[in-house]
Design a protein around this ligand. Structure first.
Ligand code: PLP
Length: 417
């Protein structure tokens, strides 16, 4: 059932009525505050996948009607995703497994000798796939990010790629991607934006922002069917080594040679693709677009402001932030609780209150260490970690208030552990 909130109807998510056991054996409604890890499935996404299943068949190969229909749906999904991302008409739209797969695909397609400039604040998916990197320290303010990228790119000889997240998976803070794209282009470099945490929360317009590449995952976009996307300029992708070698990526195969497709999509989508995953992403894109970003953002800001104000009012709870409490962010907040490890907090929230959050370093070890003021211990994991609460469609005031109440109990010593 869709929920009406003063604008167009916001679609419902599956599992809104899920009940989970808490200590003592009681069942309570689940408060899912872990959207940044994986968001629940939107009802229209589930419906679109169910509707496609009866005709489900192979794509790009069969002459049969079901195969043609499924191929048409798969290619339509590509168009939908292109429009959702505001991509240029000639950009490649490649379906992958997830954001990590997308960044790795681009890493393998970079021209020989490309230097990748990347901030220490990145998720590992955007930090690690590159061969030759210049790593930049966490910037103290957004303008410092632009200045540091400018200086680093100025010193690079040859092709360069700037890699940056649009919205942090740790703090939710929005990065100045338009300014960074401008700087990258001034140096003749390109920019890849990790939009995994942006697209579930804000409209993306690759063309208006003048981005070269973007990557995101279906499972964070209410489409948990195992697919992701890499969108961007064709030339590097068409020249790069095929990401997967096999059927579909080749035009012709001889005794000891293969003629690879130059078109980026078939070149990198060898084998049978995740058709249902692609259809699911497209259905999520359609659902978000037709709901309209204004009502989605308004509702998210109402809830995240309530959550952050509540956290600020609890002594012993500290929100993590790179650029201060006023900096714009999406519906993600990480915090620490004095006297408790993040794991203890997360276990108490789950075991006593039926609340799901994430704890740890969120696959962003250098960044979380920086936010927690831990010295950089190389690869050492250290002990410090944080709790992350994240919201989206289907989140409610009750979820937020239950979390705040639980944390108050915890700091007052009246909750486990
Ligand atoms: N980038 C960001 C900002 C993320 O938050 C995540 C997942 O947490 C990823 C990349 C990796 O996404 P996936 O696990 O779907 O590859």
């Amino acid at each position: 059932m869709a929920v009406q909130r003063g604008g167009r109807a916001i679609p419902a998510v599956l599992g809104a009525d899920l009940e989970v056991p808490v200590r003592g054996g009681r069942l309570v409604p689940y408060a899912n505050l872990d959207y940044a890890a994986s968001a629940p499935c939107l009802e229209p996404v589930s419906a679109a996948v169910s509707a496609a299943l009866p005709a489900y068949s192979s794509v790009h190969r069969g002459a049969g009607y079901a195969s043609q229909l499924t191929t048409a749906r798969y290619e339509q999904a590509r168009h939908t995703v292109r429009a959702f991302a505001g991509a240029r008409p000639d950009d490649a739209v490649i379906f992958t497994r997830n954001t990590t797969d997308s960044t790795n695909l681009l890493a393998r397609s970079l021209p020989e000798g490309t230097t990748v400039v990347v901030f220490d604040t990145e998720h590992h998916a955007s930090l690690l796939p590159w061969d030759r990197t210049v790593r930049l320290a966490a910037p103290a303010f957004p303008g410092e990010a632009v200045r540091a990228a400018d200086a680093a790119l100025a010193s690079v000889d040859g092709p360069a790629l700037l890699v940056v997240t649009a919205a942090s998976n740790v703090t939710g803070e929005l990065w100045p991607i338009a300014a960074l794209a401008h700087i990258a282009h001034r140096h003749g470099a390109r920019i890849l934006v990790d939009a995994a945490q942006l697209v579930p929360h804000r409209r993306l317009n690759l063309t208006a922002l003048d981005l070269d590449y973007v990557a995101f995952s279906g499972h964070k976009l209410y489409a948990p069917f195992g697919a992701g996307v890499l969108i961007g300029r064709r030339d590097w992708l068409s020249a790069g080594e095929p990401y997967l070698k096999g059927g579909g990526a080749v035009r012709a195969v001889g005794a000891d040679e293969a003629e690879w497709h130059e078109d980026a999509e078939p070149r990198h989508e060898a084998g049978t693709p995740n058709v249902l995953g692609a259809l699911a992403i497209a259905a999520a894109c359609d659902a978000l677009t037709s709901t309209g970003w204004t009502s989605l953002v308004r509702e998210e800001e109402r809830l995240i402001s309530r959550l952050r104000a509540g956290l600020a009012g609890i002594g012993g709870v500290r929100e993590l932030s790179l650029w201060g409490p006023e900096h714009p962010r999406v519906g993600i907040v990480s915090f620490v609780v004095d006297g408790y490890t993040a794991r203890e907090v997360a276990e108490a929230l789950s075991g006593d209150y039926g609340i799901g959050v994430r704890d740890g370093k969120f696959c962003a070890h250098p960044f979380v260490r920086h936010l927690l003021g831990e010295s950089d211990g190389g690869c050492e994991d250290g002990t410090a970690s944080a709790v992350r609460a994240s919201i989206g469609i289907g989140s409610t005031e009750e979820h937020v208030d239950r979390l705040l109440g639980a944390l108050r109990d915890l700091v007052a010593g009246s909750a486990r552990p």
